[in-house]
Design a protein around this ligand. Structure first.
Ligand SMILES: C[S@@+](CC[C@H](N)C(=O)[O-])C[C@H]1O[C@@H](n2cnc3c(N)ncnc32)[C@H](O)[C@@H]1O
Length: 217
């Protein structure tokens, strides 16, 4: 897999199977902070519990962790990843996040590991397809929906997955994603989210879904 530099100076990889990079060219760190961290309000939450679809290079995880460490709150992070990258590859992706990088270096020594604990909190990784996985109900304060795009990977964005994510998200919790695709937004609404179009950075629109009402099923 080819290593590429994004415009904010942070690295990403290009996945030849999906024909897409793991992060937008505008910036891996930029997207993790401005979209996933901030649009879900993870950076303000006193006890954040993040559910992520697509752990990838762990950029979103490290950004959430850096924020939690800076604020002195514990982070609980549950990721679903069907194609974990080898530790040698992950070790090449360093980020300007000193506190989180120290934790990530220790994590890599045990990688691939399904449970990693520390005084900072806990990371659990479910090494399977999100379509097959069972998720804890009403657990998450935020969902980071970050598989490859609906065009390249439509199954990860379908109604069954979105209903599952909704059931695992607490009422009032937020799901964020970079996709603004119409079919995806309609399915998100059907799954029990109030759908907001938000201005993107380096992209016209992102999507935020707020968990309202009862989850379906
Ligand atoms: C765009 S990358 C994620 C980048 C990552 N969030 C980060 O912070 O570096 C997409 C990831 O989703 C994973 N993925 C794609 N489809 C999936 C599925 N159906 N179930 C679980 N993981 C999936 C891919 O293996 C890949 O690692």
């Amino acid at each position: 897999m080819e290593l590429r530099l994004t415009q904010d100076g942070t690295p990403t990889l290009f996945h030849p199977g999906y024909g897409e990079a793991y992060h937008p060219r505008q910036g891996a760190l930029l997207q993790a902070r401005r979209l996933y961290l901030e649009k879900t309000l993870t950076h303000l939450h006193p006890a954040p519990r993040v559910l992520e679809v697509g752990f990838g290079l762990g950029v979103n995880f490290r950004v959430a962790l850096e924020s939690a460490l800076q604020r002195g709150v514990r982070l609980f992070y549950l990721a679903v990843e069907k194609e974990p990258l080898p530790k040698e590859v992950l070790a090449q992706i360093s980020l300007p996040l000193p506190r989180a990088e120290a934790v990530f270096a220790a994590l890599l020594r045990a990688w691939p590991t399904s449970r990693f604990l520390g005084p900072w909190g806990e990371l659990r990784v479910l090494f399977t397809d999100v379509r097959e996985v069972g998720l804890p109900p009403g657990w998450a304060t935020a969902v980071y929906l970050d598989p490859f795009s609906p065009k390249a990977n439509p199954e990860a964005w379908g109604l069954p997955v979105l209903c599952k994510l909704r059931r695992s998200l607490k009422r009032g919790g937020r799901l964020a994603t970079y996709s603004a695709q119409g079919a995806f937004r309609r399915a998100l609404k059907e799954a029990g989210f109030r759908v907001h179009r938000v201005p993107g950075v380096g992209k016209r629109e992102w999507t935020v879904g707020i968990a309202v009402g009862a989850p379906p099923g």
